[in-house]
Design a protein. Structure first.
Length: 369
């Protein structure tokens, strides 16, 4: 079992509130990522779960038992650090076996467990090498093996891939995902990389300034962000954001978005009336924008191609009209040119609307298909 629950947890460093009133329910066997920029409180939250930082307020539970004041070694958790924290004077075997030796585990059992995890992580041939003789990827595997050998209830990962080059980082993501699928041990992962979070996670907690802005399934956080901050933080390329006004036609419930000299119209029934000057930010993801033949269809925008971003499997184009720019994904064999005039269509059910003042999603609109 590895059900972790945070209840109104806060951490203060003097007058600095690093984490403020965070509540989080992490199911047994889940892979949960704390995602956010540097300084948002994600590592501090992880350290409180590990027992490396004392909680200023609130409580932490493991399988229903309050562990707020327990020492780190009493919590049944294993942590993989950003810098791996391996012992350079020991060989790989010694690093992996270290925690078991501290517990005075029988030598035969230590050897069996070390050999098992070493083979699983493909470092069996490196057991007698010094840490200084290993590459970054090999050191990462040893750090994972050292955590695995403890057979913990919970794995804690503090940006463990941030020191690796891009290609190795991609490979290690796959290894960590395979490891989780194999062991099904509850895992809590800290990163600032939204792509990493999407690939690895069952659930994502997006953090900002010491608080959780949204917590939910990875696809839900991506597809239905509840705040402008979440919408713009998650997704590559960044979600296009247009500032304007939103109104509902009293006659047929049609929806209109107006920004400068651009008006997007969608027919249909909208659940509520809006003031004629409701200020909003409208967001749209590149894969939801359609390049269509010239014309004045529903939710269309005509502008010039201002930027081309060919990425092999996809090409992204920026379509600009006045102060408005929308990014669209097109097939790589669809040829467009800079300054070419094109028309894109924004489906109503793919558009996201956020209150211009609070940044919160406008949930009361009927977003029917």
């Amino acid at each position: 079992m590895g059900h972790v629950k945070l209840q109104n947890v806060s951490k203060h460093f003097g007058s600095l509130r690093a984490v403020s009133d965070v509540s989080l329910d992490i199911p047994d066997n889940a892979f949960v990522t704390l995602l956010g920029p540097s300084g948002c409180g994600k590592t501090t939250t992880l350290n409180m779960i590990a027992g490396l930082e004392k909680v200023s307020a609130g409580d932490i539970f493991l399988d229903g038992e309050r562990i707020t004041d327990w020492a780190p070694h009493e919590r049944g958790m294993a942590m993989v650090f950003q810098n791996y924290a391996l012992y350079p004077h020991m060989d790989v075997y010694g690093n992996i076996a270290f925690s078991l030796k501290l517990k005075k585990t029988p030598k035969k059992q230590i050897d069996e467990r070390v050999q098992r995890v070493a083979q699983a992580l493909e470092v069996g041939a490196l057991l007698h090498r010094r840490i200084t003789q290993l590459s970054g990827g090999q050191q990462q595997r040893v750090a994972l093996a050292r955590a695995m050998v403890k057979e913990p209830k919970v794995f804690l990962f503090d940006e463990p891939l941030s020191n690796l080059d891009a290609a190795l980082r991609t490979r290690m993501r796959i290894e960590i995902k395979k490891l989780h699928q194999q062991l099904r041990t509850t895992s809590i992962f800290v990163t600032h990389d939204q792509e990493e979070a999407m690939i690895l996670s069952d659930l994502i907690a997006v953090m900002k300034e010491g608080q959780i802005v949204q917590y939910g399934q990875a696809d839900e956080v991506y597809r239905r962000p509840n705040h402008l901050y979440v919408a713009t933080f998650i997704g590559k390329p960044r979600m296009s954001i247009l500032e304007g006004r939103l109104c509902v036609d009293a006659r047929d419930g049609g929806l209109s978005f107006v920004s400068g000299d651009v008006t997007l119209n969608w027919p249909g029934n909208t659940a509520r009336q809006l003031d004629m000057a409701t200020a909003v930010h409208m967001g749209i993801r590149a894969e939801d924008v359609r390049l269509i033949p010239r014309g004045n269809g529903t939710g269309t925008l005509t502008g010039q191609v201002a930027l081309l971003q060919p990425l092999g499997s996809d090409t992204f184009i920026d379509v600009a009209r006045g102060a408005i720019t929308v990014t669209a994904r097109i097939e790589p064999d669809r040829h467009v040119h800079l300054t070419e005039t094109v028309t894109v269509q924004i489906p109503r059910h793919k558009a996201h609307f956020f209150d211009a003042q609070t940044g919160e999603r406008i949930l009361s609109l009927d977003e029917g298909h």
